[in-house]
Ligand binder design. Structure first.
Ligand SMILES: Nc1nc2c(ncn2[C@@H]2O[C@H](COP(=O)(O)OP(=O)(O)OP(=O)(O)O)[C@@H](O)[C@H]2O)c(=O)[nH]1
Ligand SMILES: [Mg+2]
Length: 81
């Protein structure tokens, strides 16, 4: 993810995003976020929740789990704002 997206003009940001994607060899362009405008914050939370759930599913598959109740889903926590 890239922070402070409000600092550059839209066109400059698009160019920087492309250049960074290429330079770092990323499979997809990074999310643009800004705490000033709120840009990308909902998407960022959703991405974090998605990745936590993927990990949780992988952990559940690869471990013996003797607990009766599952842990609360990280999604419900992250999507509260
Ligand atoms: N314009 C702008 N300023 C921001 C944003 N997010 C944080 N800042 C400011 O950037 C400064 C650094 O704060 P943080 O980003 O929390 O700290 P950091 O990540 O350790 O430092 P940086 O490498 O500067 O990002 C503070 O003055 C924040 O108020 C943003 O989205 N836009
Ligand atoms: Mg920062």
């Amino acid at each position: 993810m890239l922070t402070k997206a409000d600092k550059l003009k839209r066109g400059e940001m698009a160019k920087a995003r492309q250049a960074i994607t290429k330079k770092l060899g990323l499979v997809s362009p990074p999310l643009l976020t800004s705490v000033l405008t709120g840009q990308g914050i909902v998407e960022l939370k959703a991405e974090i929740a998605k990745r936590l759930n993927e990990r949780r599913r992988t952990a559940a598959r690869t471990q013996n789990n003797y607990s009766c109740r599952p842990n609360p889903s990280p999604v419900s926590y992250l999507l509260k704002s």
